[in-house]
Design a protein around this ligand. Sequence first.
Ligand code: SF4
Length: 329
Amino acid sequence: MPLLEVDDLHVSFGTPDGVVRAVRGVSFSVDRGRTLGIVGESGSGKSVATQTIVGLTRGARVSGRATLDGENLLGADPDTLRRIRGAKIGMIFQDPLSSLHPYYKVGWQIVEMIRAHERGTSKAAARQRAVELLDAVGIPSPRTRIDNYPHEFSGGMRQRVMIAMAMALNPSVLVADEPTTALDVTVQAQVLDVMRDVQREFGTAIILITHDLGVVADMADEVVVMYGGQVMERAERRELFYRNHHPYTEGLLNSLPTSGGRGKLTPIAGTPPSMITPPPGCPFEPRCVYAFDKCSEKPPPVEIPAPGVHTSSCHLPVERADRPRLEAS
Ligand code: SF4
């Protein structure tokens, strides 16, 4: 059984304009020491899906199944979820300042977090562990820097501090939601390296949520592509990059800058669908260059008859070579 398993997750919110169906039947899983990339535009439901499994979408209507090491997450009471967050699932976000308190020294914040979950740990022992964690994520002079405030760190260093804090209780899963979006490319690569090191050292499973397929290119073992609250395609990384099937994945790849920046960038035309009244057929149909009659009438199946775990929710034939024939008909 995978370490973290999510099956047929649905999440919706009541709003004055109607019910927003943010996540519609999403399934994914991740195992120890592996990285799952969840990719999609904003509003695709990728963050809502992961926030729901750790109980951060209060007031949402939720159905489906999510288990961590066999423990049911969706039915868990708030106290259990609080224990799970931090101790079993660490989280880092795009903006570390939204998680680090600006008035307290970073060391104090890490120490308090350790002691809140491990009541028997002394201040000295927690502080020693905080120093080791800051050292492990590449903060220079951690014995001194532990007494700095968050604003005394650069953006990349603050993100390292967040990773140290998320790893303080040695969680089995690290959820990183757009961890490098606010950073320049060099610092982004350094932060991803730190996550990789942490994974190697602790065997952590990582869920990397991003709008940028480039970020998962050399980080993820498996990739889930989300659109309109649903999984469009799921495959091992190499398979997704070199043998992708879904037109939305193809569109995301075409909109990636090529090395040297000389290639032509082709953005996906159009805008994401309304999640209050999603299209009755394929959610990508209004923007899809391959769309045909069936696409607007019937939701595509989630599975394609392909070997392995590669799935694509699309009416197109399994073989890409058959597409031109279909376009001609
Ligand atoms: Fe495009 Fe149709 Fe496939 Fe949707 S089902 S991605 S509209 S071809």
